[in-house]
Ligand binder design. Sequence first.
Ligand code: ZN
Length: 183
Amino acid sequence: MLTMNDIVREGHPALREIAKDVSIPPTNEDQNLLEDMLLFLKNSQDDEIARTYELRPGVGLAATQLGIAKRMIAIHFDDANGKKYSYGLINPRIVSHSVEKAYLASGEGCLSVDRSVEGYVPRYARITMKATDLEGNEIKLRLRDYAAIVFQHEIDHLNGVMFYDHINKDNPLLAPENAKAID
Ligand code: ZN
């Protein structure tokens, strides 16, 4: 199983690499890796397992964060309305997005960043994504608010982008324009 020891941290060059497309259908190796990434997230949200293995709770993980430059992300969380999002996705891409932006009122965090970084991270409020899922099926997802933010954070990792790259350097807590705060 994956643990925090497998996750590369801020300053590691792998986090700035552009990940490569994964061949479809995925190989067993790629599928197993993606399943392990999803399992890590589930484990990290289980109090007892997380305590035993000292896992920081996370809702998303990109292969980039394991030092593997492949376009694969795992996502696992329930939104404020109790809707479940649990996906292992290959070659995820945003095919359209809103003009309106959104940002987390409490800022963003990252399993690869061992410090809290203050500042608002502007994201698209709504996105439509396409990707290949764990079973090899092409899927389309429409996401908004918190869910849209989580997916954008993970897709950014595949392009070597960290969440704090988006924070206003001069005034981190200046509310981004045309953006709504998400609690
Ligand atoms: Zn991250």
